[in-house]
Design a protein around this ligand. Structure first.
Ligand code: SF4
Length: 209
């Protein structure tokens, strides 16, 4: 797909979802890292129900390493995979204290080194916490829509992101990160895409086929 066609798609999606933004609640970059970790295999809505208590109880990285891990597990249990997530949260807090003086780092290279933070999460943090998007977070929605529309034929998130970065100008990174998620939640859903009411059906490979 050519850049001009992608821009057309972005503009149409922007008209459809003018308020598209991040749906995870957080007040600091450190908190966002935890919210993103909890959102794996869990809805943002559920994460937002858990984090107020978690963030009230644990305000700083040090608070997470000063309690038995079971205390964290108990609070985050409704998000699923809680043992693994709790382990990652503690490792994440520990590395931020030991290596970064308690402050979450601000580069992709450093973020992806933190326990529990992969490229997708690092992209979300760069965008939402630092307003400095470096790439496009490929979650389940971004993956599905990229494949259906024909932005990428790849299956692995990193390869899909590479394809998108070749055809999407940097100034649109912020919009694209939000729009793909919103479109995936509202119209281009996994089980039943509502193609007839889709604003980008004329550009979509799946629809045209
Ligand atoms: S036309 Fe259908 S498959 Fe294509 S983006 Fe729209 S909803 Fe998704």
């Amino acid at each position: 797909m050519k850049e001009k066609d992608v821009i057309k798609i972005i503009k149409k999606l922007k008209e459809t979802y003018p308020d598209a933004t991040c749906s995870l609640d957080f007040t600091t970059p450190f908190e966002l890292g935890i919210a993103v970790m909890l959102s794996a295999q869990c809805t943002d809505e559920r994460v937002n129900k858990i984090t107020p208590l978690l963030f009230k109880k644990f305000k700083n990285p040090i608070d997470y390493i000063n309690v038995p891990i079971e205390t964290i597990e108990e609070i985050i249990k409704p998000c699923g995979f809680y043992k693994n997530k709790a382990k990652n949260i503690v490792g994440y807090a520990k590395m931020i204290i030991e290596k970064y003086n308690g402050e979450i780092p601000k580069t992709m290279e450093e973020l992806v080194e933190l326990p529990g933070i992969g490229r997708k999460s690092a992209n979300v943090i760069m965008l939402e916490a630092f307003n400095n998007p470096e790439g496009i977070a490929i979650d389940t929605h971004a993956k599905r829509i990229s494949n259906r529309v024909g932005l990428s034929n790849e299956k692995e998130p990193e390869k899909i992101e590479k394809d998108l970065l070749k055809i999407i100008p940097k100034k649109y990174f912020k919009d694209v990160n939000h729009l793909l998620v919103w479109h995936g939640r509202n119209i281009c859903t996994a089980r039943k895409p509502q193609c007839e009411k889709c604003p980008i059906k004329e550009e979509c490979k799946f629809y045209k086929n």
